[in-house]
Design a protein around this ligand. Sequence first.
Ligand code: NI
Length: 167
Amino acid sequence: MVLRVVQLGEPILKSSCRGIDPDELASDEVRRLVADMFETLADSGGVGLAAPQVGSPLRLILAGSHPSAHGPDRPDVPTAVLCNPRVVWASTETEAGWEGCLSIPGTLVRVVRPLCVRVEYLDLEGKAGSIEHSGFYARVLQHEIDHLDGILTIDRAQSADDVVRRT
Ligand code: NI
């Protein structure tokens, strides 16, 4: 089922999410949430979605990357489910990039982030995984993990010049 995406101004976007107990991963609640998040993400045309954006307070994200008209150089990374994702290493080298967010439609925000990150997480079977990426997909991962801590792109803007209407 395609879910409504929570919009800027709704309190859950500013709250910290709770960790998922591995025992919960096989629950109907989590399985339905993941299935609905996949449908919602596909419907929106976005590259990532965090559980609080569909009203759930769990530390769970979807993140992928695909070349597109906007980003022909984006890597092709299948959309993955990451439970309790944590950035365990980040490069000192940073990069600025314009980010959209399904919860802040029509707006792009310039965000400076580490160029490379390593993220540890659990998959839906409860198996621990680790991914290291640079560039666009590293940005997607950091953007979605920020959502789990109530941090939005606009919180990371350094000046009003970093926020523009998408044309
Ligand atoms: Ni977002």
